[in-house]
Design a protein around this ligand. Structure first.
Ligand code: PGA
Length: 250
């Protein structure tokens, strides 16, 4: 089954209002006309509306960086999936920075996954092992736990996206080798097959994330299991991001 690769930029807590709009314009201009790949950007919450306007009429998709599980309520500082409806196409769920710094667990990621899907958004569900876990040969055990708990009774569809992001590769400049990434993603796909059915798993895009740059993208994307990337640092540079999108187009 051929899956259209998807390259998404995770801007994290970067850009101001003006920079966000300028980066959206630069990205749309540079990825315009690149076929056989989908591209998206995930700016900070306050700029989503401006980003949507700046991307109007382009094929660049828009993602939020998180979403709460309740539709509304007394949750100071949170953003509900119903607030994102019609604004964003995707929401990043369970990113390792949320897990590391903001007490995100497999259980809260699971609640958020169910919530975004019930509000018409698509998840980019992130998972990955730490360096200690990899060195202790526990990568598959960790991925399995994150997947089983994360996807528990989630109405997963072929349009949902997973990002395999080894924590040790994020923001370190030390990407996983293409073989390591391919192997882990193959493992994830097999397990997703057990959990939601082989056909849906075959159709699910599974990105690699962690220090993806213009110069290592092509090698990663040459692997059969890797369906694009979730890009942090390099997505803040429109030329570098467009080069990664081009590499994913083949
Ligand atoms: P990085 O971040 O590309 O800067 O390593 C990836 C991510 O956190 O999604």
């Amino acid at each position: 089954m051929s899956r259209t690769p998807f390259v998404a930029g995770n801007w994290k807590m970067h850009t101001n209002a003006e920079e966000c709009v300028a980066l959206c314009r630069a990205v749309r201009e540079r990825v315009e006309g690149i076929e056989g790949v989908e591209a998206g950007v995930c700016p900070p919450f306050p700029f989503l509306q401006a980003a949507k306007a700046a991307l109007k009429g382009s094929s660049v998709l828009l993602g939020a960086q998180n979403a709460h599980w309740e539709a509304q309520g007394a949750f100071t500082g949170e953003v509900s999936p119903s607030m994102l409806r019609g604004l964003a196409d995707y929401a990043i769920i369970g990113h390792s920075e949320r897990r590391q710094y903001f007490c995100e667990t497999d259980e809260t990621a699971n609640k958020r996954l169910k919530a975004v899907l019930s509000h018409g958004l698509l998840p980019i569900f992130c998972l990955g092992e730490t360096r200690d876990e990899r060195e202790a040969n526990r990568t598959e055990e960790i991925l399995e736990r994150q997947l089983r708990r994360g996807l528990d009774v989630v109405p997963w569809t072929p349009a949902c996206v997973i990002a395999y992001e080894p924590v040790w590769a994020i923001g370190t400049g030390l990407a996983a080798t293409s073989e390591q990434a391919n192997e882990a993603i193959g493992f994830i796909r097999r397990l997703v097959g057990e959990l939601v059915g082989a056909e849906i798993a075959q159709a699910t895009r599974i990105q690699y994330g962690g220090s993806v740059k213009a110069d290592n993208a092509a090698e990663l994307f040459a692997q059969p299991e890797i369906d694009g990337a979730l890009v942090g640092g390099a997505s803040l540079d429109a030329d570098a991001f467009a080069a990664i999108v081009r590499a994913a187009a083949g």
